[in-house]
Design a protein around this ligand. Structure first.
Ligand SMILES: [Mg+2]
Length: 257
């Protein structure tokens, strides 16, 4: 565990957490709580994480997930009740009651995304394609070097036709085209607006989590969870799974009466 921002060491954070009337633990899933796998459907939580989260949830901590996956897909993978999920990088919101809401999507954006997805399929890479609401993602994790190079070239070619309201984003293991206006940062900002008094932390691993780190209020903590440190706006870095486990155990110790 390494403090990246000297102004936000973890000890005072846990003290604030202990004293807080409201707490918010916001989590990315893939690469943060669940190690990457060649097949995305195989990604499961690190051992010991689920009971820790369930325990934390019982002590006045609201848990929310912010993921690139469709919200409903993540809901089916999480062994927790009463959580809210921002899916498709903030374009979907699944309330604890099960109500799903989605950001508006222009027809021209939808058509461009459909056409871009068709280019991936036509190139013989349907298996590397992920369609989500307002999003086309191309995954090259698990590809051979030749396939990876062809997919990267295809992604670059698609990026040259990008409309003004669609953004292109590299992530760990692929590339994504997504309608602008919503990202993991807007998801965190939404939570902060609804819970302004909450002491919160956001845990994530990817470049797409940087928007979320920046949306964490000054009383909170952005936590980068990955094997290797990189340039980041996070305030704390920890290596999974042992330091992740230790961080959540510290949260549990702080909130348990
Ligand atoms: Mg991730």
């Amino acid at each position: 565990m390494k403090t990246l921002d000297p102004a936000r060491p973890p000890e005072p954070f846990f003290e604030r957490l202990r004293a807080a009337g409201e707490r918010l633990l916001v989590l990315d899933y893939d690469g943060t709580l669940a190690p990457f796998t060649a097949r995305r459907e195989d990604a499961v939580l690190y051992p010991g994480i689920a009971p820790l989260l369930a325990g934390i949830q019982q002590h006045a901590t609201r848990i929310a997930f912010v993921t690139g996956r469709p919200a409903a897909e993540l809901a089916a993978r999480i062994p927790l009740q009463d959580v809210e999920i921002f899916g498709a990088h903030g374009q979907e919101h699944l309330a604890p009651c099960g109500r799903l809401t989605r950001a508006a999507l222009r027809q021209s954006s939808r058509q461009w995304l459909d056409a871009s997805a068709a280019r991936v399929v036509d190139a013989g890479f349907e298996h590397a394609l992920e369609r989500k609401y307002g999003t086309v993602a191309i995954h090259w994790r698990g590809e051979q070097p030749d396939g990876r190079a062809r997919l990267q070239e295809l992604a670059r070619a698609i990026a040259t036709t990008l409309p003004a309201d669609v953004c292109a984003l590299a992530f760990d293991g692929g590339y994504e085209f997504r309608v602008s206006g919503h990202d993991k940062g807007t998801a965190v900002a939404d939570l902060v607006t609804r819970h302004p008094q909450a002491i919160m932390a956001y845990l994530g691993d990817d470049l797409t989590d940087e928007d979320a780190f920046m949306a964490v209020p000054p009383t909170g903590l952005g936590v980068l969870v990955r094997d290797r440190l990189r340039d980041t706006r996070a305030h704390l870095w920890l290596r999974p799974p042992d330091e992740l486990h230790a961080f959540l155990a510290s949260w549990m110790a702080a909130v348990k009466p």
